[in-house]
Design a protein around this ligand. Sequence first.
Ligand SMILES: [Zn+2]
Length: 141
Amino acid sequence: MASLFGRQAETKTAGNGGKRQQGHRRHKGTVSGVCIRCLKHTRGYAVADDYVIKTIRWVKHKAGVDKGNTLIVCEACLPEHKKKRGEFERSLIIYGGAGVLIAIALVVLNFSISSLLTGLILMLFFLILSHLKYTPRVIEE
Ligand SMILES: [Zn+2]
């Protein structure tokens, strides 16, 4: 008898799949800008504009210290950056998952406004923790 249990279901999250097309692209996906790791002015891979980068930009703009630099990761820093990005993605999943589970457990065990609030605060706390290793995504060709 063939067993279905021998097979391992593989669920892969599609990441934030959709590749964003950049209007002005030259030289095989590299753009000139400032490397976020070594701070050199050089060519490299553009950093994806996510909510953290957008928030930092907004704050800098409001504070009047926005230099308008394009953020990149240079070729030399790319391997290290990719490693860090992997660690960040893992910590997002681990802390995010733990936060959600704990919040649900709290509410299920004892449903009240205060446990709901505690759950939400814990979730927020875990979300902040997961961002300690924040590393932006890089747009590669
Ligand atoms: Zn660099």
